[in-house]
Design a protein around this ligand. Structure first.
Ligand SMILES: C[S@@+](CC[C@H](N)C(=O)[O-])C[C@H]1O[C@@H](n2cnc3c(N)ncnc32)[C@H](O)[C@@H]1O
Length: 208
């Protein structure tokens, strides 16, 4: 099943099934960016709008992209703020955004589904203003090395979504190659993760 179809199916239960990574990311995103304000924010891979609803509070304008119509429909039910615009877009293609349009790009739990990280950093660099920030929270590669991946249950069947492993150095090298400087790197555990490898890798880059 394609990644897009998997998320169309998952959209029905994405918000309600147990998902510690989703919950940890939601808490961390609010904690990491709280208290700041941005003129324009681009969220790539917004899903059901779990973080969009928060971004609407800290951004004058928010543009949220995803290629799953099912996920975007759920997001639109949840996020009614007038400063938020949703677009269906494939992140592996050119993004439907102008050059130097945003001062923050956010990306949560998406890049494991994208093979070519260079394209993502190139597009983030193109669409960010000078000194713009790129915030990324991803499933930690240490978890991927152990076989963790996006998956959900559907009528007794486990559906695994296609994923690609990106090492920490893949993120930092690709970012550097597109003119980003790493401002902050963190690793996070859910409280249920005692003695396990970190669950989320978190990066904050700034464009030169
Ligand atoms: C695990 S969900 C995360 C959603 C949301 N960011 C969150 O944190 O809840 C991954 C999202 O990435 C989207 N996605 C994956 N590959 C994509 C692509 N090539 N273009 C656009 N969206 C993509 C999926 O449709 C899905 O909504």
């Amino acid at each position: 099943m394609s990644i897009q179809n998997s998320y169309n199916q998952w959209s029905e239960i994405y918000d309600s099934n147990q998902n510690l990574t989703r919950d940890l990311d939601q808490m961390l995103t609010r904690k990491s960016i709280a208290g700041q304000h941005f003129d324009s924010i681009l969220e790539i891979g917004c899903g059901t709008g779990k973080n969009t609803i928060f971004l609407a509070d800290i951004g004058a304008k928010v543009h949220a992209l995803d290629f799953s119509s099912g996920m975007i429909e759920k997001a639109k039910e949840k996020v009614k703020a007038e400063n938020v615009r949703f677009s269906i877009a494939d992140l592996t293609k050119r993004w439907p955004c102008d050059d130097a349009e945003y001062d923050l790009v956010t990306c949560n739990l998406v890049l494991e589904h994208i093979q070519d990280l260079d394209h993502i950093f190139a597009e983030a660099s193109r669409t960010l203003k000078p000194k713009g920030r790129f915030f990324i929270n991803e499933l930690h590669p240490f978890r991927q090395y152990q076989g963790a991946k996006a998956r959900f249950e559907k009528v007794g069947e486990t559906i695994e979504v296609d994923v690609f492993v990106h090492h920490i150095s893949d993120f930092t090298n690709s970012a550097a190659g597109h003119g980003f400087t790493l401002v902050k790197f963190d690793e996070y555990w859910h409280e249920a993760d005692k003695n396990k490898p970190p669950r989320i890798a978190s990066f904050l880059f700034v464009k030169a």
